[in-house]
Write a protein that binds this ligand. Structure first.
Ligand code: SF4
Length: 348
């Protein structure tokens, strides 16, 4: 891996420097960038308008696919496919593709593992292995578009990992995937989900991107949150709300709050009332989620009737709320579950 380098991580400027240093005109860089990031080729020989000698030079120095697809599971009950992808150093991550009537939505991972320790999540069971590079995030999107033959329109950075724990590479990924010379995905069609690293929410607001911010809240107060999310010991809900208000002021964009309902933990009427007082008057939307249970964890989902009552309570109190459609229930739907099963079966 050390001798072999990752061409997808190059910005157009970096590629131009490499090409001109090698004695070729700068316009070749733009051609190559387009093959890599717009036409999504996986082989140097597909770059038919690039001179053979230059292709040979590049293929000796670089690889095109930072991640390869190891396994794909397609749900028989809905439109979800889950991918296991492997990195050059043996890391395993998950990505999910969902085909909707309005287009293809992809959920990508930002780290190999996670160190945030949320009690209901399989992705954190083995801790954090390493951050993903921007090109490894691009590669998840490109692999899925190549595999399905359908253009990706929406990206949610909500898979394995905490995106703001890998801030610089996530930002580089957003800039590259929205680049007009690349896949040119609208910033408005990208969502970044954080468990609430408040300092980074301020930084992200200052980037002034038109990207949606989602907060994994899952509790109306710190006491409950601390029982399911260790990060609550670092940032209080008040600090997170303050950062969200700053984000809304800076970007004018609505914040999404993710709220997974866990039986007997955060699904009571008092919790719904707490959430109403927390979010009243805020430009926001609440996504209510039925928990996908993880075998190693003791959390169970609330009954669907409970989730509907919770939703009604919020709506009655003028909080925008919807229940997120459960997807891929037959294919290890919980984030990190498929990876965990794969690693267990390969003896890791
Ligand atoms: S829910 Fe997100 S932040 Fe929490 S452990 Fe899982 S991947 Fe990490």
């Amino acid at each position: 891996m050390d001798d072999y380098r990752d061409i997808l991580s190059f910005t157009i400027e970096e590629l131009e420097k490499y090409i001109t240093d090698a004695g070729y005109p700068a316009f070749r860089a733009r051609q190559i960038y387009e093959w890599l990031h717009r036409k999504l080729v996986s082989d140097w020989d597909e770059m038919t308008n690039v001179p053979k000698k230059l292709r040979e030079l590049l293929s000796g120095d670089y690889y095109i696919l930072p991640l390869c697809i190891k396994e794909k599971l397609t749900s028989v009950i809905d439109v979800t496919s889950k991918y296991l992808m492997a990195s050059y150093d043996g890391g395993i991550i998950e990505s999910v593709a969902m085909k909707y009537s309005y287009g293809m939505s992809v959920c990508i991972s930002s780290q190999i593992g996670c160190r945030m320790g949320c009690r209901f999540c399989a992705s954190t069971l083995l801790g954090l292995e390493r951050n993903l590079t921007a090109s490894e995030m691009l590669s998840q999107v490109y692999n899925i578009q190549r595999d399905t033959g359908v253009r990706v329109d929406n990206i949610v950075i909500m898979g394995i990992g905490e995106p703001f724990d890998n801030y610089d590479e996530v930002l580089k990924f957003i800039r590259m995937v929205t680049d007009a010379d690349g896949l040119n995905i609208s910033q408005r069609n990208i969502t970044v989900s954080t468990c609430g690293l408040a300092d980074r929410i301020y930084d992200f607001a200052d980037e002034e991107l038109a990207v949606t911010l989602a907060i994994s809240l899952h509790a109306p107060d710190d006491a409950i949150r601390k029982t399911i999310m260790p990060v609550a010991g670092r940032y209080s809900i008040d600090e997170i709300m303050e950062a969200c208000r700053y984000f809304i002021k800076k970007t004018g964009r609505r914040v999404t709050f993710e709220y997974t309902l866990i039986d007997g933990v955060n699904d009571s009427t008092e919790c719904a009332a707490g959430l109403v007082s927390l979010l009243r008057g805020m430009l926001c939307h609440v996504n209510l989620i039925a928990l996908n249970s993880v075998k190693e964890r003791d959390c169970r989902s609330s009954a669907i009737q409970n989730i509907k009552c919770f939703e009604k309570y919020l709506q009655k109190n003028k909080i925008n709320a919807t229940i997120r459609r459960g997807m891929g229930k037959d294919i290890d739907a919980a984030c990190g579950q498929l990876r965990k099963r794969y690693l267990n079966s390969s003896g890791k």
